[in-house]
Ligand binder design. Structure first.
Ligand SMILES: N[C@@H]1[C@@H](O)[C@H](O)[C@@H](COP(=O)(O)O)O[C@@H]1O
Length: 235
């Protein structure tokens, strides 16, 4: 793993943006794996400020809450529209459908999309408990897309985006770790003290299902972008 420590999340976003720029320069029809949450916001801001053109590229998002429509303000579909797609449209953008009525079909549909569109550059954040996407502690590393029961700690952490904790969906669809690991290049961003423990476990801890992000130690091209606060527990 390569580790880059930046001054703040704005600089972190700029650093991640460079990866997008380099990928597009190699291949204008590249496939980008995209993430949501507060962490990638500065990356999307840097992309929006730039002249990068994604109109020949594909995006595939990591996850979506089960039960939320694409127009729900807390859905990840909505987040992507607001933060990126309205300014930088892709040739095609894929996300799981939170309102799918047949869950088994939805999982197969999404797996087929990932199979047909191998990810060149995957952007990741990390949960306070070490989750990536919505792959919570204990998840089998071989899994592809699956429906996840969110842990209490994730529900509590994500409740800040909702009016109250009761409104946070209890389930999500998530790309599995097996699929994430097949991305050619991965960048993971983490900002702030609340991520320091998960970052330490990811980088210095054993590879264990208890910290899903630790599996990234087994991938050959991972860059971790941290601010000082997120890096503070590293040796
Ligand atoms: N499913 C998302 C993840 O993809 C994200 O990386 C993580 C951290 O979120 P944040 O960036 O808001 O701290 O939690 C969420 O639950």
């Amino acid at each position: 793993m390569k580790i880059i420590v930046v001054e703040d999340k704005k600089q972190g976003g700029q650093t991640a943006y460079e990866f997008f720029k380099n990928e597009l320069a190699k291949k204008n029809d590249a496939v980008f794996g995209l993430a949501t949450g507060s962490t990638p916001v500065t990356t999307y801001e840097a992309i929006v400020r730039s002249n990068l053109d994604f109109s020949s590229s594909i995006s595939v998002n990591l996850d979506e809450y089960v039960g939320l429509s694409a127009s729900h303000p807390q859905s990840y579909n909505y987040y992507m529209q607001q933060n990126l797609f309205q300014y930088k449209p892709f040739h095609h953008s894929y996300l799981p459908d939170g309102e799918a009525t047949d869950e088994t079909k939805e999982v197969s549909r999404y797996n087929l999309i990932i199979k047909k569109n191998p990810i060149d550059l995957q952007l990741l954040g990390i949960g306070r408990n070490g989750h990536i996407g919505f792959n919570e502690p204990g998840t089998d590393f071989a899994l592809k897309t699956h429906k996840v029961k969110l842990t209490e700690s994730t529900i509590a952490a994500n409740s800040r985006f909702f009016d109250n904790e009761q409104d946070v969906p209890r389930y999500a669809y998530s790309m599995g770790i097996g699929s994430i690991l097949r991305s050619k290049k991965i960048i993971l961003e983490a900002f702030g003290e609340s991520k320091a423990e998960a970052v330490k476990n990811m980088i210095e801890g054993p590879v264990t299902r208890q910290c899903p992000a630790s599996v990234l130690q087994q991938h050959s091209d991972v860059t971790v972008i941290l601010d000082e606060a997120a890096a503070q527990k590293l040796r």
